[in-house]
Design a protein around this ligand. Structure first.
Ligand SMILES: NC(=O)c1ccc[n+]([C@@H]2O[C@H](COP(=O)([O-])OP(=O)(O)OC[C@H]3O[C@@H](n4cnc5c(N)ncnc54)[C@H](O)[C@@H]3O)[C@@H](O)[C@H]2O)c1
Ligand SMILES: [Zn+2]
Length: 396
């Protein structure tokens, strides 16, 4: 082959590669033409469907999914369709690798450069104001659907992380998290919930370096709460739950003491046990991480006069709780904050938390107790509903 022929061959190859998609940067290898997705077609039934991968617009990103956590919200939708989304591709705790991107895509939502091969996560699609919360979104009637994995189905179909590929559209919030391993990236979304809760708690001025903190509920939410507190340097943490295995896990995440509420006849005795765990003091601050109204009523009894409470256990309505406003709030001068989901800014803090937790040796990856293939997604959701294990992930 002459020099001239070699150049012509290269030009032909480049032109062929550009056909039909002149504006895209793409990964070295050939991308498949279709993608599997798990579509929830009726209650308690996912079907694996295969759709063509659409054209990637100038502002869009095609991501090959590497993993996605199963959330309580997915389980609610799977069981009862409360959001009326069926048919829908769920999965919002996902992460993956950029395999193709439009020519206008240069940076992530934090200003970090983006390139093919980078690992990313998405946050809320609404991005005009980094401080906006889910609460604000609802107030503005934008609705809760502005999250990949909770979007109505459309002709693109690749709208959730329970699939092989997802199309991240222009205007979405996307973060380059290439410096985090896969397990850490799968935990970003739930961890952001706790980063937000801790930020809310800090506004009370009560949560400090050497505070005594009670964390009630040791599901994934309470356990991540403990890990974040520990990473912040808080060491006097008592975990409260009724499940011994989860209480053992709380110690792995950094709890100093545990209390099994099932061992106590009433809330006064339970509160005494919490007090004892702190060497004879009530908690300065408490995080309520269960969806139980009884647990909400109990937690005031654990807190000292002038202490603080962050209630974050009720992502959805769990019913009414009965407390005594005189004893529980007024006479004790308790400062209470509520916390719901997160802001974009909390995402950046979450990345730092995940790196720091690793650095101090917290085995966060152990929170992911089950990994299922995409084809096993029905089993994964059933496992979540049975409350076997902690965080369940789909690894396509
Ligand atoms: N604020 C938010 O934005 C937000 C986000 C996600 C989840 N949540 C909520 O957080 C809660 C916890 O989530 P999860 O995934 O860890 O749930 P989970 O069901 O896995 O864990 C809840 C834990 O609470 C324990 N528990 C139940 N009753 C108790 C009691 N009376 N005293 C002490 N412990 C008790 C259970 O044994 C269980 O281990 C859920 O109710 C969820 O809706 C809130
Ligand atoms: Zn979630």
């Amino acid at each position: 082959m002459t020099e001239q022929e070699r150049i012509e061959a290269i030009v032909r190859e480049v032109v062929a590669g550009m056909k039909g998609n002149g504006s895209c940067k793409r990964a070295g290898g050939e991308n498949p033409k279709t993608s599997r997705v798990a579509v929830l077609t009726e209650k308690e039934r996912f079907e694996i469907k295969e759709y063509p991968i659409p054209e990637i617009g100038d502002d869009d990103i095609l991501v090959r999914v590497e993993g996605c956590g199963v959330c309580g919200t997915d389980a609610h939708e799977y069981k009862r369709d409360p959001f009326g989304l069926i048919p829908v591709v769920l999965g919002h705790e996902g992460t993956g690798e950029i395999v193709k991107m439009g020519k206008n895509v240069k940076k992530d939502s934090a200003g970090k450069p983006l390139a093919i091969g980078d690992k990313v996560v998405t946050c809320m699609i609404f991005k005009d104001n980094p401080d906006i919360t889910m609460f604000d979104l609802n107030k503005q009637n934008v609705g809760g659907a502005d999250v990949y994995g909770l979007l109505p189905d459309d002709d693109i179909h690749l709208n959730g992380w329970f699939g092989d590929y997802i199309v991240v559209r222009g205007g979405s919030t996307v973060f380059n998290v290439s410096n985090l391993d896969l397990d850490s990236r799968i935990l970003i979304e739930p961890a952001a919930v706790l980063i937000h809760a801790v930020e809310r708690a800090k506004t009370t001025g009560i949560l400090r370096f050497n505070s005594r903190v009670a964390v009630q509920g040791c599901g994934p939410i309470g356990l991540l709460c403990i890990a974040i507190l520990r990473t912040m340097g808080i060491e006097n943490i008592t975990a409260v739950d009724g499940n011994e295995q989860r209480l053992e896990f709380a110690k792995l995440m950094g709890a100093d003491a545990t209390v099994n509420f099932k061992n106590y006849a009433d809330r006064e005795k339970l509160a005494e046990a919490v007090k004892e765990s702190f060497g004879g003091y009530y908690a300065d601050f408490a995080f309520q991480c269960t969806g139980s109204p009884i647990a909400h009523a109990n937690i005031y009894k654990f807190i000292r006069n002038g202490g603080g409470l962050c209630e974050l256990g009720f992502f959805i309505n769990g019913g009414d709780a009965t407390i005594n406003p005189h004893f529980d709030i007024c006479a004790k001068e308790i400062t209470t904050v509520g916390s719901w989901v997160y802001t974009l800014r909390d995402y950046a803090t979450t990345f730092d938390f995940l790196k720091r937790a690793k650095a101090i040796g917290l085995p966060l990856e152990k929170l992911i107790t089950h990994k299922f293939k995409l084809s096993e997604i029905n089993e994964a959701l059933q496992t979540n509903l049975r409350q076997d294990g902690l965080k369940i992930a789909i690894i396509p």
